[in-house]
Every structure is written in C-alpha cells, then in structure tokens.
Unconditional design. Structure first.
Length: 335
C-alpha cells in the first residue's frame, strides 16, 4: 500500500487502500460466537495498553483497536474467552515491536522491489514476496506494507485451539482466519467521492468468504482519500490468498485503470510529499466527468491487467469501479 498521507514514516505512495472502501465486516458461524457477556469479560484483559508508543484499546463486541504511528488496526476474534485472551495477548506482544522493525529496514523497503531482497524481518520479507510478481513495472515493497502487517499478525493466532475465526483490518486491508463452518461477509463501498458530494452512504455489494474458499486477504486501492495512485480508478478491490498479495495487486490494477484525458489532473508525487518513494512520477489528484467511452477504455485496461494476474494465480478475484461503472474479474463461483 503506497499512500500519500503525511502522517507516518511507514507510509509510501504508489496507490493505496482507502480506509472507507471496505466498510462491513460481519458473518455467521456454525458454532455460537462470543456472547455480549463473553465480550465484556474479554475486554477486561486489554482495556488500554501502551508500549513504546503503541496503543491497544478494547472495543465492544470482542474487538480491539491497535495503533502505532501509521499502523491502525481493528481486530475481531471469536472463540472461548480464555483462548481469546491468550490470542489477543499474542497479537499485542508482536504488534508492539512491528513499527520499529519496519522502520529499521525502510531504506531498502522504499527501493524498487528487485533491490530489496536483502530485508530480514518476517513482515518485510512478506512485502517483498508480494511485490516481486509485479517487478516488470515500478513497484516498491511498500505497496504491500498494510496487507503484510495484517498477515503477520493474523499468523500469530493460527493454530490456537478454540479460536473460531478472526479478522485484522489494517486501514482497509484485511487478513482473515477461518475454521470449518465459519465465514465473514465483507461489504464493498466503491466511491469515497459520494461522501464529499453529500450523497447517502450505501454498500455497492458484499462478498461472503467461507472456510472452504482460498480467499484470506482483501485489499482496496484507488486515487481518492489518502492515497496516491498512478491511475484513475475510484476503487479496485482484490481478493487473494493473503492480504499482502491483495494489497500489491490492488495497487497495480488501480494504476492500470487509466486513460490520457484532459479532465484528469496529475502532479509529481514529490511535489505533494517530499519523501515519497514515487519520486517525480505523476499521481492523480483530480478526475472530472469522463465520457462513457473513456470509462470503458480505462476499465478495460485494468481488467486486462487483473485477468493476467488471475491467470498467473496471483489473485482470486477483483472488482474495478470508475464513475458508477463496475467490472468484475472472477469465476462465477468465486464472488
């Protein structure tokens, strides 16, 4: 996830998840999930923690908010109370040192991915692995940072008996953990421009992801919000085997949804943020009303890139949105 926000040393700039794009995280389970009484008990184990700048806060409904610099997580866990206490503690212990570890490798992580293979940390290596398949074009490992953070932390609870399901939502990049009989429903909100236009928020659709599905990561990229993008997509949502893979792919598909048109305004990235890893590459700052033909041309370019990724096994599905038009790249049974 490359983002243009000025807050946070880890944030980079090649196109990013917009925090409001994925707005629904709900689901059902074949087994009873944590009751309200359970959730209150679980909250008692982590009402408020602070460690070297990292903050953890328990929320209603067996959820937690962890934040450290640019890393901003909502975590959901369903399971037996004592097991959930153990699981959230395991996540917290790893989370508290993540930012420092990533910052130590930032000089490599902000270089083109081909030049970043020497990174050492588990999250940094996941970032590189997710971005290497896109190395024919410019990409740095920062394109997958949010997804890789979510993946790393969800990995801390995999195999803990008694956890039925969990999600970690890192600013819109979501990692999932599911067990037999469980699922999540992820809602899609495709255009943040509706909020600035004063339109009533509404979901554009939802996706049910169950245990039998290979999908364990969801990420969304677009030119609006805090993101920098080389393209003009309002949003590109990708479903993949991991959140890091989805993050990198959403960035690149979002870049591919593009057209040269007078209504598109661009600016050098380093004129907007001086420490961007995009340098002087032009990023989208405004998109006016496009003709139907221009919309179709831009979406077709993005679909071609997305289909190539799907054919190569890099993604499972993608949803591309531009000015009220939506295109889906997926097998019918996958979305």
């Amino acid at each position: 996830m490359h983002t243009g926000s000025a807050s946070g040393v880890l944030q980079s700039d090649q196109a990013a998840v917009t925090p409001s794009t994925i707005v629904s995280m709900s689901g059902t389970s074949a087994e009873p999930v944590s009751s309200f009484h359970d959730a209150r008990q679980v909250q008692g184990c982590l009402r408020f923690h602070r460690n070297n700048g990292a903050i953890g806060l328990a929320l209603p409904g067996a959820r937690w908010h962890f934040q450290h610099g640019p890393i901003d997580l909502i975590i959901g866990l369903d399971g037996e109370v004592a097991v959930v206490e153990h699981a959230i503690d395991a996540i917290w212990q790893h989370f508290a040192g993540m930012l420092e570890a990533l910052v130590a490798e930032l000089p490599l992580l902000k270089r083109p991915v081909q030049e970043a293979r020497a990174v050492q940390g588990d999250t940094a290596r996941a970032m590189v692995a997710a971005c290497l398949p896109h190395s024919a074009e410019f990409i740095t490992p920062m394109a997958a940072v949010a997804g890789a953070v979510a993946d790393t932390l969800i990995g801390r609870i995999e195999g803990i008996a008694g956890i039925r399901r969990s999600y970690i939502n890192n600013g819109g990049d979501i990692a999932l953990y599911l067990t037999p009989g469980t699922q999540y429903t992820v809602g899609l909100f495709s255009d943040l421009g509706r909020l600035t236009r004063g339109e009533r928020p509404r979901l554009d659709g939802d996706m049910q992801i169950g245990y039998a599905s290979p999908i364990r990561g969801v990420a969304t990229s677009g030119w609006r919000g805090r993101s920098f993008s080389l393209g003009i997509a309002d949003s590109v949502t990708v479903l993949a085997a991991s959140s890091a893979q989805a993050d990198a792919a959403a960035t690149m598909i979002g870049n591919a949804v593009d057209i040269d048109d007078p209504v598109v305004r661009r600016c050098p990235a380093n004129a907007l943020k001086d420490d961007t890893d995009l340098g002087g590459r032009l990023v989208t700052v405004a998109v006016g009303g496009l003709t139907p033909r221009a919309i179709e041309t831009a979406l077709a370019a993005g679909m071609k890139y997305a289909q190539a990724l799907r054919d190569a096994g890099q993604i499972i599905a993608a949803v591309l949105c531009l000015q009220g038009q939506m295109r889906i790249v997926a097998a019918e049974a996958e979305i």
